[in-house]
Design a binder for this molecule. Structure first.
Ligand code: PEP
Length: 253
């Protein structure tokens, strides 16, 4: 059975005491819960990773970064390496988020380099892909998503965990959510791409998360789709009551 991942992407939000309170509260909230095949991941700003790791060490919580350098180490001021994350025993790292593609010139080539460096350092990549509104309205959603997959997975072997997040850019932070049918259609396309490129077994094991204004009101319907294996949640993951409600809904499904 594929795992279901409920992942929060905090982006550049929360000051230290707020972040600390959140981690203590969520750790306590899920302490004695039976999560079954649901895995809870939080990706705070990187300056909070150590604190988050300390608080959640003995809890059923996984921590991820929001980005990683494509370089190994050295004179790259301001960058954080996969080796550093590995030395902190970090579990996950988001790469290719549309905000990084838009504001920080992230390309399929750099995402491909980041994917490989994360694999070398045993950190599970959460690879984000998705079309813009303009691309959807031009009828090229499938072409865009498949091109992004081709670019990100060029010369990549899959022997360990990899997670995909399908995030239609027009649904991120806008309050507009893809309908469950729209999302399922693309998730199915993505899974089939993995069947063709790798194998049925690889494709069956890859969690494909949906991202884009996911919230307690729509998570159940989205997760009920055959190929939607969780969510990468931005805005609603900042609110502990909404985030914990979404964990509970996923567990009950
Ligand atoms: C995201 O940042 O990945 C995201 C999906 O944001 P939101 O849930 O706020 O749309």
């Amino acid at each position: 059975m594929r795992k279901i991942i409920i992942a929060g992407n905090w982006k550049m939000n929360k000051i230290f005491p707020e972040a600390e309170d959140f981690f203590m509260d969520i750790a306590e909230y899920i302490e004695n819960k039976k999560l079954g095949n649901v895995e809870v991941v939080i990706c705070p700003p990187s300056v909070y990773l150590e604190m988050a790791g300390d608080i959640t060490a003995d809890h059923q919580l996984f921590i991820g970064a929001q980005n990683v350098s494509r370089f190994e180490s050295g004179a790259y001021t301001g960058e954080l390496s996969a080796l550093m994350f590995n030395s902190m025993e970090l579990d996950y790292c988001i790469i290719g988020h549309s905000e990084r593609r838009k504001y920080f010139a992230e390309t399929d080539k750099s995402i491909n380099e980041k994917l490989k460096i994360l694999q070398e350092n045993e950190i599970i990549p959460i690879v984000c892909i998705g079309e813009t509104l303009n691309e959807r309205e031009s009828g090229i959603t499938e072409k865009i998503v498949l091109n992004q997959l081709e670019g990100a997975f060029r010369d990549v072997q899959i022997n360990d965990d990899v997670v995909i997040a399908y995030e239609p850019v027009w649904a991120i932070g806008t309050g507009v959510t893809a309908t469950p049918q729209q999302a399922q259609e693309i998730h199915y396309l993505i899974r089939n791409w993995f069947v063709d490129k790798y194998s049925k077994e690889v494709a069956e094991n890859i969690p494909i998360l949906y991202g884009g204004s996911m919230k307690p009101e729509n998570i159940k319907e989205l997760l009920s789709q055959q190929d939607i294996d969780g969510g990468l949640i931005g805005g609603a993951s900042l609110d502990i009551s909404k985030f914990s409600e979404m964990i509970d809904i996923a567990v009950e499904l």
